[in-house]
Write a protein that binds this ligand. Structure first.
Ligand code: ACO
Length: 358
């Protein structure tokens, strides 16, 4: 019932996909082309939690046709096959798994989940029940090596979707908190925004960790991170909890990562506009460096900034790229487009090639 009433659309091949993209946003896709080319060199098995969905199936078709990855579809087989047929897709011999029918895998995953959670209040019965849910089952497939990357979140809110992955796959060794990053493809080039999806109100120390994860991710896209910590004030021009938090995080991060270009706290326009820095703040480390990475004080500011820019700013948002997970997991934004899903899959495949997340 979910997708009824949607007109049949021809399959989008990769070329028309790229063209459509360029027409719609009028900027080139160099950044993602590089990622997609890298993905194609060594495609990986990508498990989709929400395969009973037209957009996921179309994305699966594209990633298969373009040899970006091999989809594994989770959900009710009849429903998925009917959707494939209704949308004239060609997904012959694709792997479809209905968790409810996979008694052997369910037993294995139930045991694994119980092992992980038995000292966190979970009973064996709870674990057996939870792994029948696709967000647990899919994460467990990646955790156990039955798949290489996990994509979910198109139809369910972010907190409910990410928790099973946090409980099963968890964070990379040495990482305390995961964070979400968006790549904003703007007319002035790509900008990396974090944290836009996970941490509601990070402390200065947590912001330092977000900076480190984000810097690694920017390097993953073959760019040198040049980082501004944003606030409503410039270098102490206004007092307040947030501006001092950002100033403190800047100081700690500059000391901890002397090789990175890190500056703050500063207003967004000052970070982007070097003329203002030259005139007013000639000591800024970002002068002649061209900032490309913006760190936000909290989830409200990060989330609002990227969504406004995406809707009003002639910019495409790629993400959210989940940073710091121990295996490739990405949680889509509710209602993502087919193109956004394909982009996330390409990023997840490249993650999986290096056996870690960005
Ligand atoms: N990084 C790593 N692990 C985490 C994090 C984190 N940022 N947050 C929670 N966890 C872990 C906890 O350590 C805990 O592990 P444990 O059970 O093994 O001890 C587990 O996850 C559950 O912890 P809780 O405290 O119960 O989880 P919490 O209530 O903090 O929920 C969540 C975590 C869902 C990420 C929460 O912080 C949240 O809702 N964030 C906002 C998400 C959101 O709404 N984003 C905006 C929309 S996204 C978009 O626009 C695309």
């Amino acid at each position: 019932a979910m997708d009824s009433g949607v007109a049949k659309q021809p399959i989008t091949d990769w070329e028309s996909y790229e063209l459509e993209l360029q027409e719609r946003i009028g900027i080139d896709q160099r950044l993602m082309s590089v990622v997609i080319a890298r993905a194609k060199k060594n495609p990986k098995r990508v498990v989709f939690a929400e395969a009973d969905n037209r957009k996921i199936l179309k994305a699966a078709q594209i990633i298969r046709d373009e040899k970006i990855g091999e989809p594994i579809l989770l959900g009710n087989k009849e429903k998925i096959l009917a959707l494939i047929e209704d949308n004239s897709l060609d997904l012959n011999n694709v792997t479809i798994i209905d968790p409810m029918e996979e008694k052997v895998m369910l037993r294995k995953f139930g045991n694994m989940l119980f092992q992980k959670r038995q000292r966190k209040g979970m009973t064996a019965g709870d674990a057996d029940r939870l792994v029948t849910q696709r967000n647990y089952f899919g994460a467990m497939m990646v955790e156990s090596g039955d798949a290489d990357a996990f994509i979910s979140g198109l139809t369910r809110d972010y907190p409910k979707t990410i928790l099973p992955s946090l409980q099963t796959i968890g964070v990379k060794p040495g990482v305390n908190r995961v964070a979400g990053m968006y790549i904003m493809n703007t007319p002035k080039g790509p900008y990396f925004f974090a944290d836009t999806t996970v941490n509601l109100n990070p402390t200065a120390e947590e912001l330092v960790e977000i900076i480190s994860l984000t810097a690694d991710a920017v390097k993953f896209f073959n760019m040198e991170p040049r980082i501004a910590l944003l606030s409503y004030s410039n270098f102490g021009s206004a007092q307040g909890e947030i501006s001092s938090k950002m100033a403190k995080a800047t100081a700690i991060a500059q000391q901890k990562y002397p090789d990175l270009v890190i500056e703050g706290e500063m207003q967004a326009n000052v970070a982007i506009n070097e003329d203002i820095q030259r005139e007013m703040y000639p000591f800024s480390k970002l002068i002649n460096k061209k900032v490309n990475t913006l760190i936000f004080p909290d989830l409200s500011s990060g989330n609002i900034a990227y969504k406004l820019l995406a809707e009003l700013g002639n910019s495409e948002a790629i993400g959210p790229v989940l940073l710091g997970m121990n295996k490739p997991v990405h949680i889509l934004q509710l209602g993502s487009s087919i193109r956004e899903i394909v982009n996330m899959v390409a990023i997840a495949v490249v993650d999986a090639q290096s056996n870690g997340t960005p």
